[in-house]
Design a protein. Sequence first.
Length: 114
Amino acid sequence: MTSRYRDITVSCGSAAYCVIVQSKMSADLDRSRPVWRQVAEAISRRIADGTYPPGSQVPGIVGLSAEFGIAASTAQEALAHLRDTGEVRTELGLGHLRRRLEVGRLNYGGGVWP
C-alpha cells in the first residue's frame, strides 16, 4: 500500500512497517543550519500567514517527522522551541495548539493595559 501525506510518499508492506520513500521537504532543508530551527521557522511562518489560526492544532512529532522527513527528536526540539517562544502550547490529550491571542491585555509603551 502506498499513501501520500503532503509531499511525502509512504510505502507500507504490512501493518508492521512503513517506509518513507520520498520527502520533498527534507531536500529543501539547509543542512548547514540546525534542522529543528528551520522546522520551527516554517511553523512560525504558517502561524503568521494564518494557516494555523489561534486555537488550532499544529502537527505533532509524528506529523512533523513525516512532513519534513526528519527524526522524531528533531521534531520534538522544534516543538519545544515553539513552546518556549510562546507560539504553541501543549495540552495533554489535545496535542500542540496554536496559542490564542490574549483579549483584554494590550501592551503599550511602558506597561500593560488591563
